[in-house]
Write a protein that binds this ligand. Structure first.
Ligand SMILES: [Zn+2]
Length: 330
C-alpha cells in the first residue's frame, strides 16, 4: 500500500505541472459510464481504452511549427522535427495561418496580450489543445497550442462548433492561471495549490473552488486515477461536464467555456449551474463575454446551449494528461 501511495503522489505532482493539455475522446472512448449525455442516454461507445490508461501524454502530440505572436501577426520561430506522416501537416502553412486568424477573430485583440507563442501540432485525433507558460516563473506570457487535426470549420465562428469551444476553453486557462490570478510562490498559500502556484484569494479559480470544490477537495486529492470516474458520478451536479471533474483548473476552464458559448445562463440551481451563474455576477467577465460574442467578426452565431450539443461528449475524462514531458519550460 505504501508503494502505491507514493506512486499516486508522484502522479499528482506530474498532473499538476504547468502544461495544460486537453484531449478529446473521439478515437479512444472512455468507459460507458462517461458516455451519457444530459438526458442520460448512453451513446454506446466501445470501451477499448481503460480509464486508468494515461500512457499517452505528449506521445500523442507532434509539435509541427511554433510561431511568435506580435499583435495580430505571427512569424515562424521554428519547424519541429517531425515524423514523415506529419510533414504534410507541417507544410500546410496556409492552414496554420487560417488557424491563427480564427483565434484572432474569436478572441479580441485586447484580450490576447498574454499570448506570446502560437504552436500548431498534430493531436492524433486525441489532443485538442494546450497552453503552457513560456517560463514557469512568469505567468504573464503563454504558449497557445492548437491541434491541426481538430481545426475544422475555420471559415466561420459558431459557438456550437467544437473547435470554437476548444479555443475558448484554452483561453480560459490563460485567463484563470495568469500572473494576476496565481502567485508562482507557493509559500504561505492560503487558498490551495495548483501546478502553476497558489491562486489568489479573489481569483476566478478560487471563487469557483469555493463554490464546488472546497468541501470535497480532501477526498479528491486522495483519489487514484481510475477513481475519477466514480468521483464524477458521485458529484455530477457540481460539474458542467465530466472533464470538469478532472481538477479545479480544468473545471474553471470548462465553466468559462460554458459561460461564453452558451446563449443564456443556466436555469437550474445545481452547483454546476451556480458556478456558471457566478461568472454572470462578475462585471469584468460579463464585459469579456460581450466582447467575444458581440465582436463584429464573430459570425454565424446561433442560439443554443452547449449542453445540447452532441460534440460535447468528445471532451472526456480519462483521455487527458497534464505532463511535464516536453514542457517548453523544461
Ligand atoms: Zn484544459
Amino acid at each position: 500500500m505504501k508503494n502505491k501511495f507514493w506512486i499516486f503522489i508522484t502522479l499528482a505532482l506530474v498532473v499538476s505541472a504547468c502544461q495544460r493539455e486537453d484531449y478529446f475522446d473521439d478515437l479512444d472512448p472512455a468507459t460507458d459510464s462517461f458516455q451519457e449525455d444530459d438526458a442520460g442516454n448512453d451513446t454506446d461507445d466501445s470501451n477499448d481504452h481503460p480509464p486508468g490508461d494515461h500512457d499517452h501524454g505528449s506521445d500523442n502530440d507532434a509539435p509541427l511549427t511554433t510561431y511568435r505572436i506580435t499583435g495580430d501577426d505571427i512569424d515562424k520561430i521554428k519547424d519541429h522535427n517531425v515524423a514523415p506522416q506529419y510533414q504534410s501537416f507541417q507544410q500546410d502553412y496556409a492552414k496554420h495561418i487560417e488557424m491563427w486568424e480564427f483565434v484572432t477573430r474569436l478572441l479580441p485583440f485586447e484580450i490576447r496580450g498574454r499570448l506570446a507563442e502560437f504552436e500548431v501540432f498534430h493531436g492524433e485525433g486525441e489532443l485538442l489543445g494546450y497552453v503552457a507558460p513560456i517560463n514557469d516563473n512568469d505567468l504573464s506570457r503563454w504558449k497557445f497550442a492548437l491541434a491541426i487535426d481538430a481545426a475544422n470549420n475555420l471559415d466561420e465562428i459558431n459557438f456550437k462548433d467544437f473547435f470554437t469551444y476548444v479555443v475558448i476553453h484554452e483561453y480560459g486557462h490563460v485567463l484563470t492561471l495568469n500572473e494576476e490570478e496565481v502567485n508562482t510562490n507557493f509559500n504561505n498559500c492560503n487558498t490551495f495549490e495548483i501546478g502553476e502556484g497558489c491562486p489568489r484569494t479573489n481569483s476566478y479559480i478560487n471563487q469557483n473552488f469555493l463554490i464546488g470544490w472546497d468541501d470535497i477537495y480532501d477526498e479528491f486529492q486522495l483519489l487514484q486515477e481510475e477513481e475519477l470516474f466514480d468521483f464524477y458520478d458521485k458529484y455530477q451536479d457540481r460539474f458542467s461536464s465530466d472533464y470538469a471533474a478532472t481538477n479545479p483548473g480544468e473545471d474553471v476552464a470548462e465553466v468559462f467555456a460554458f459561460f461564453i458559448t452558451s446563449e443564456t445562463p443556466p436555469n437550474g440551481n445545481s452547483i454546476a449551474d451556480q458556478k456558471i451563474k457566478s461568472m454572470y455576477n462578475q462585471p469584468d467577465l460579463v464585459e469579456l463575454r460581450n466582447k467575444i460574442r458581440q465582436s463584429p467578426t464573430v459570425r454565424a452565431l446561433r442560439a443554443g446551449s452547449w449542453l445540447e450539443n452532441p460534440l460535447r461528449n468528445r471532451f472526456k475524462i480519462g483521455k487527458h494528461q497534464h505532463t511535464t514531458v516536453n514542457s517548453p519550460a523544461e
